[in-house]
Design a protein around this ligand. Sequence first.
Ligand SMILES: Cc1cc2nc3c(=O)[nH]c(=O)nc-3n(C[C@H](O)[C@H](O)[C@H](O)COP(=O)(O)O)c2cc1C
Length: 210
Amino acid sequence: MTLNVLGISSSPRERSNSDLLLREALRGAESAGAATEYITLRDHEFGPCVACGACALTGRCRFDDAFQGIFEKMVAADRLIFATPVFFAAVCAQGKRLIDRCQCLWSRKYLLAEPLFPDGPRDRRALVIAVGGSRGRKVFDGIRLTIGYWFDSLEVTHFANLFVNRMDAAGDVVKHPRAMAEAYRLGAALADADRPVPKAPTDVELFEGF
Ligand SMILES: Cc1cc2nc3c(=O)[nH]c(=O)nc-3n(C[C@H](O)[C@H](O)[C@H](O)COP(=O)(O)O)c2cc1C
């Protein structure tokens, strides 16, 4: 069975470091036989969650904008790769907007007890790629926490994190073969259906002047 891997890039800038790592991870997934799809939130206009409460009654977001198409792809995917820059020690606003719109999934699961997959849980796994400019290691803590709650609602197992810091100028990551190689390797591993489901995410943290 061919696994379907969806890559979501959330950085607002061109030649973004997290985006370049995401593309490398998708190449890795393809090398393992997966079918891949790349989307960048730069191409999709949708608003933030406005806490209207409609999804608490229906389990669905009532706003008919570009979020709906991305949502369908996220639900259909066997594997997800989410890439974000670190902005003030958090997921960037563009990525957070996508995450917040998934409140409909939280409502579905915790308020309505309506399963996302009525035929039973699926083996879905996700890789997170985050890039920061500073030397601080704690800047990834907030991302880790937010992603944990998001993946719980999305019903996807957190497979691994690739965290890279001291990377500031756009495109600089291509000068760091180790970061690119890790992205490729993790993408391939994510798409390896024979690997057991991980109990906890593997952390690959490139914090030094590599
Ligand atoms: C608004 C803003 C906030 C940022 N906040 C942080 C931060 O808290 N910690 C950090 O390490 N880097 C921070 N950075 C630096 C970016 O994470 C860094 O430039 C990264 O390479 C951007 O990734 P991208 O190229 O994928 O967009 C910030 C950059 C911007 C524009």
